[in-house]
Design a protein around this ligand. Structure first.
Ligand SMILES: CC(=O)N[C@H]1[C@@H](OP(=O)(O)OP(=O)(O)OC[C@H]2O[C@@H](n3ccc(=O)[nH]c3=O)[C@H](O)[C@@H]2O)O[C@H](CO)[C@@H](O)[C@@H]1O
Ligand SMILES: C=C(OP(=O)(O)O)C(=O)O
Length: 434
């Protein structure tokens, strides 16, 4: 297991460009299974989860060509359905969350798919029910092997219908959408997730010949088509990386410019960091964060303590709450962090407490942070990264702390952050991969 050794307390300075978005990439890559024609995708991040998904597609028979460091061409002309019966497939698909999104395209185009319980962060229950309820409504017949292996197939073609999702699941909506584009007739998906990555997927599918109305809303109307064609697609910058860099700048008192952010796509992210007292300036499409010795958490108008909580899009993304929490540790003031979606994502605060942060874990979903206002610095310690975002939160804490920290299990961070150690070194960080 790899580790980072970090000597903290050095202010950083410079420019950093966000990678292409991990969670968009996982959807878009699965969509190449919908057509026998070539699909070119650019701004693909070079990260573990994405590379594993590309490998899985290749092993399923998709032709994969690398055109540039971040650009690939895919052609799913000859997909080997029997590969899904191999132990290699089970191991690969079970190693990441994104593999779940082969279900919709495979069911839509080939009439069957099977999958082990997908991997991804261990951050609480991650039910798959919404995916299967939707696919079953389109005519898919699900068989379960135990609770960890799913098979779904359809006799003949999928048939469009109206459905009201029980949850606005992100990967669930992507799956049902990718099945519905090739179904017979009209599908309406109400309570659909609508985050920018899903909008990107919809736009890509439209370019491939799909008929989708309501893009960006929670009501998608899809009129199925016979077949889809090839296209070109460019990934958005990763908004979770952008948020992580804003947090990094604030916590380490650094002046950082984040380049090419596609600011209109960031939703509530900039304003949520502003509520912590962090100054952000939009310079064209860049975000400039000045060095700030102190930042003060806002209260509500009546003076009561602020809550920052997650919500489905266009609410604040759950993937940035761990970053908000760590940044609050050095703010002036108090904030309640309420992680509504996942019940095991806040346990990493134990490590922050060991470093000297003032945090009370109220219950698995809520933590109160009483900021230190830079009166005392956090202390470097040895810790393990439990999940991707907690890992980066701990890395930010370590870069702000006094002394040496060691962060183990950085494979978790590598799942979603491209060459994070070398990119931070370029900003002046003292970080070494062991
Ligand atoms: C590969 C990928 O894209 N992963 C993202 C995707 O995961 P993923 O698609 O797996 O997450 P879902 O949107 O399905 O659900 C996330 C969690 O929130 C709960 N839930 C969801 C919707 C809702 O209206 N109410 C509710 O309580 C679910 O039960 C689940 O526990 O979306 C999550 C929520 O933005 C992100 O954290 C993950 O990074
Ligand atoms: C939870 C996340 O990823 P995954 O769904 O791949 O586990 C994340 O990106 O924060």
């Amino acid at each position: 297991m790899a580790a980072f050794e970090v000597r903290g307390g050095k202010p950083l300075r410079g420019e950093i460009t966000p990678q292409g978005a991990k969670n968009e990439a996982l959807q878009i890559l699965c969509a190449v299974l919908l057509t026998p024609e070539p699909v070119t995708i650019s701004n693909i991040p070079d990260i573990r989860d994405v590379n594993k998904l590309i490998e899985l597609l290749r092993d399923m028979g998709v032709k994969v060509g690398k055109l540039a460091s971040d650009t690939y061409i895919f052609q799913a002309e000859d997909v080997n359905l029997d590969y899904m019966d191999t132990p290699e497939f089970v191991a690969q698909a079970g190693a990441l969350r994104g593999s779940v999104m082969i279900l919709g395209p495979m069911l839509g185009r080939y009439g069957r798919c099977q999958l082990p319980k997908p991997g991804g962060d261990k951050i609480g229950r991650r039910p798959m029910d919404t995916h299967f309820l939707g696919l079953e409504k389109l005519g898919g017949k699900l068989t379960l092997e135990g609770t960890d292996f799913y098979r779904i197939k359809v006799d003949g073609k999928l048939t469009g219908t109206h459905m009201l999702l029980d949850e606005a699941s992100v990967t669930g909506t992507a799956n049902i959408l990718m099945a519905a584009v090739l179904a017979e007739g009209t599908t309406t998906i109400y309570n659909a997730a609508c985050e920018p990555y899903l909008q990107q997927l919809c736009r890509m599918l439209v370019r491939m010949g799909a008929n989708i109305q309501g893009i960006g809303s929670n009501l998608l109307t899809i009129v199925g088509v016979e077949k889809l064609g090839g296209t070109e697609h460019r990934m958005l910058p990763d908004m979770i990386e952008i948020g992580s860099f804003i947090g990094l700048a604030a916590m380490t008192g650094s002046e950082i410019t984040i380049k090419d952010c596609q600011i209109p796509e960031l939703g509530l992210i900039p304003d949520t960091f502003r509520k912590l007292g962090i100054q952000l300036e939009f310079r064209g499409d860049d975000i400039f964060i000045p060095a700030q010795a102190h930042y003060e958490i806002a209260t509500y108008l009546d003076g009561s303590i602020l809550t920052v909580s997650d919500h489905t899009w266009p609410g604040f993304t759950p993937d940035l709450l761990s970053i908000v929490l760590v940044v609050a540790c050095q703010a002036k003031g108090t904030v309640l962090i309420h992680q509504k979606m996942f019940e095991s994502r806040l346990f990493f605060v134990d490590k922050l407490i060991d470093m000297g942060a003032q945090v009370i874990l109220c219950d698995p979903h809520r933590a109160t942070v009483i900021g230190l206002d830079q009166r005392t610095r956090l202390r470097g310690i040895t810790m393990t990264s439990p999940d991707i975002r907690a890992g980066v939160a701990l890395l930010i804490a370590a870069l702000s702390a006094e002394g040496k920290s060691t962060i183990e299990n950085v494979e978790q961070i590598d799942r979603g952050y491209q060459n994070i150690d070398t990119r931070l070194q370029a900003l002046g960080a003292d970080i070494r991969r062991l």
